[in-house]
Ligand binder design. Structure first.
Ligand SMILES: CC(C)(COP(=O)(O)OP(=O)(O)OC[C@H]1O[C@@H](n2cnc3c(N)ncnc32)[C@H](O)[C@@H]1OP(=O)(O)O)[C@@H](O)C(=O)NCCC(=O)NCCS
Length: 151
């Protein structure tokens, strides 16, 4: 487990722009992963599970409740983007969630995140908006948009 947290944090530190305040700390990730209802997936630049000293290119963190799963975070290192890894991680998420008995996956995204293309292309639809939910490091409030994919 320790090594996988290192891998998650390796991507976290590169993938999330500090100004949005979205990255989680190591402490937050490690306490989340002590809960049996949380899951993660790691990929290398070829979309496989990283082994040995292969660098990690991306990860997802997911929380499950009966019937539903929530994508908490998805990140791909900047140098590994635009080659389908984000989509691959979402496809893994859908497959894994189905196999765990979920009927739906949802996620929340800040309103100006270009990741919207990724979610819409994967079949997610907007189901809600929370006004001023996120606060950037320079104090700007941004809405959260909720997306869902029903199986
Ligand atoms: C969102 C993210 C995971 C996408 O990873 P990726 O490996 O580049 O995704 P893919 O290569 O599978 O791209 C999938 C689609 O989404 C679009 N897309 C994804 N991220 C984009 C971005 N930053 N800007 C523009 N388009 C983007 C691509 O155009 C692509 O569509 P296409 O295949 O029709 O061209 C990556 O940009 C990232 O880590 N962003 C920072 C962290 C973040 O904001 N995460 C989401 C909120 S938790």
């Amino acid at each position: 487990m320790m090594e996988d947290i290192d891998r998650i944090m390796e991507v976290m530190d590169d993938a999330f722009e500090p100004r949005w305040g979205e990255a989680w700390t190591r402490g937050q990730v490690s306490s989340l992963l002590t809960l049996p209802s949380t899951h993660y997936r790691l990929v290398d630049s070829a979309g496989a599970r990283p082994v040995d000293h292969a660098p990690t290119a991306g990860f997802t963190l997911v929380r499950a409740v009966p019937g539903e799963e929530e994508l908490l975070l998805i990140g791909v290192k900047p140098q590994d983007r635009a080659s389908g890894l984000g989509r691959k991680l979402l496809d893994f998420l859908v497959r894994d969630a189905r196999s765990r008995g979920a009927e739906r996956v949802f996620l929340e995204m800040r309103e100006n995140n270009p990741a919207v293309n990724l979610y819409v292309n994967a079949g997610f639809r907007q189901i809600g908006r929370r006004s001023g939910y996120y606060k950037t490091t320079d104090g700007v409030r941004l809405d959260a948009i909720t997306f869902a994919l029903d199986f």
